[in-house]
Design a protein around this ligand. Structure first.
Ligand code: NAP
Length: 436
């Protein structure tokens, strides 16, 4: 019998559990450990609330959690309640699937001002992550600046500009919906330090901006290279996205709110407070290697709210070597050390779609299988040892049936048309379960 612990219950964790469960059958016991009492990580707290079809992938994860050889162990913070070293003593293999929940820093003056948020915080707020439920982003100024040219920037701009009717069927949490409906923001500027050919936005997300009820994208035609240059984009999968941007530039539509694409623009400092907050932006140009170079020309943008959407980092945890540059755990093809592995964003950094984590998890599971083939003896105590440790420390773990009860309560509290009204506090979840 082999015992495996997977730390993190997002997509990477579940795909790895699925692969290990298939490979080992009854020859292994797999614990998926999460610091929150509820599972799914990025699916619940990262994927936008108006993208319900993407969230449906959790049905597949439910099947994994229901397998006989898999357990969900929630409300257990690894690195805090239990150390990585202890887990390595209890399990044959420990797989870090923590994702990358921390915001990368901009590294410019003013980024710690109260009106400046990272996307992990802002997205966590509208998705009901217990760590960000009290965030209260400043929405009363007329202007917001969103930094970055990836899909998260698009999520943030879209959520800032939707009407109440457009949130129908979503699971945006009540506090965020109410605050957004009172928002005074009418202009959202998306800053890209490079140009339209260097975006990291996908067509579905970019296309949505063209169908908003009260907001429309504004793109400057002068920012594009000659159209012939678009041919090269086919290979990079960017042709459709850039085509959409060209469409917005060619036929501008004006609505009550504007989403302005400001390309070749990098933030250099943020100053002020409240409605007086402003971002100083420097014009850039591309150098011969395609990198953004400042031109020295600067201008100011009013920005009561600034959201930086420039990527994420994994949480440093005692006992795991950290790659500062990549913001992830140091690893070689998913192997951190003997018996210690990383998958998903914790392995690769924050890139790719949810589906990218499937081959990633299967690959690391195969590496584990090769190191300790099914049928080989392990001699570790696994889940029984963890349970004893948790009891000794008075840590009340949740299991998948507890999650089912929370899920039912959330469904029962849902607004008409919405799948759930998320419980946004860990204490409240534990109270519902009779754990507090
Ligand atoms: P991303 O795709 O890596 O985009 C980050 C953006 O931030 C890039 O445009 C980057 O520009 C810019 N940036 C980085 N450092 C900067 C700085 N110091 N100053 C200004 N700009 C800076 O990251 P993401 O948007 O956080 O998305 C993370 C992953 O999740 C991606 O794989 C994304 O596709 C995925 N995702 C998918 C969906 C969906 O499918 N619906 C939704 C959300 C997220 P440079 O290119 O110049 O570095």
């Amino acid at each position: 019998m082999r015992h495996f612990a997977i730390v993190g219950s997002g997509p990477a964790g579940f795909y790895t559990a699925e692969a290990l469960a298939k490979a080992y059958g009854n020859e292994a016991r797999i614990d998926i450990i999460d610091k929150l009492p509820v599972p799914y990580g990025l699916i619940r707290f990262g994927v936008a609330p108006d993208h319900q079809s993407i969230k449906k992938v959790s049905v597949r994860y439910d099947k994994v959690a229901d397998s006989e050889n898999v357990r969900f162990v929630g409300n257990v913070a690894v690195g805090d309640g239990v150390s990585v070293e202890e887990l390595c003593g209890l399990y044959d293999a420990v797989v870090m699937a923590t994702g990358a929940p921390h915001d990368r820093k901009l590294g410019i003056p003013g980024e710690d001002l109260p009106g400046v948020l990272g996307s992990a915080a802002f997205v966590g707020w509208y998705n009901g992550h217990p760590d960000f439920a009290d965030l209260s982003p400043p929405l009363d100024g007329g202007h917001a600046v969103v930094i970055g040219n990836g899909n998260v920037a698009l999520d943030c701009a879209r959520v800032l500009s939707k009407t109440e009717a457009e949130f129908e069927g979503s699971d945006i949490v009540r506090h965020a919906l109410e605050a957004l409906m009172q928002s005074g923001i009418r202009t959202i500027t998306i800053l890209g330090r490079r140009g339209p050919h260097q975006i990291a936005m996908t067509p579905k997300e970019l296309g949505e901006l063209g169908h908003l009820e009260a907001a429309a994208p504004q793109v400057d035609p002068a920012d594009f290279p000659p159209e012939a240059a678009d041919e090269a984009l086919e290979d990079r999968g960017l042709a459709k996205s850039v085509g959409l941007l060209r469409g917005y530039a060619a036929a501008p539509v004006h609505k009550a709110k504007e989403i302005i694409f400001d390309f070749f623009a990098r933030p250099v400092k943020i100053e002020g407070a409240g409605a007086e907050q402003k971002v100083t932006v420097e014009r850039t140009r591309l150098d011969e290697d395609g990198r953004a170079r400042g031109t020295g020309e600067t201008y100011e943008l009013p920005a009561g709210l600034v959201i930086s959407c420039i990527g994420y980092t994994s949480p440093p945890i005692v006992g795991i070597p950290y790659d500062d540059r990549g913001g992830k755990y140091k690893n070689e093809d998913g192997v951190i050390d003997d018996g210690l592995y990383a998958v998903g964003w914790a392995r690769r950094g924050p890139s790719g779609t949810i589906g990218t984590n499937r081959p990633d998890g299967y690959e690391v599971a195969a590496t584990i299988e090769a190191a300790m083939p099914p049928g080989s003896a392990g001699g570790k105590t696994g889940g029984a040892g963890l349970d004893a440790l948790l009891e000794e420390r008075d840590i009340l773990a949740t299991d998948f049936s507890d999650w089912r009860r929370i899920e039912q309560a959330e469904a029962a509290a849902a607004r008409a048309g919405s799948p759930r009204e998320k419980i946004i506090s860990t204490a409240e979840m534990l109270k519902l379960l009779g754990h507090a």
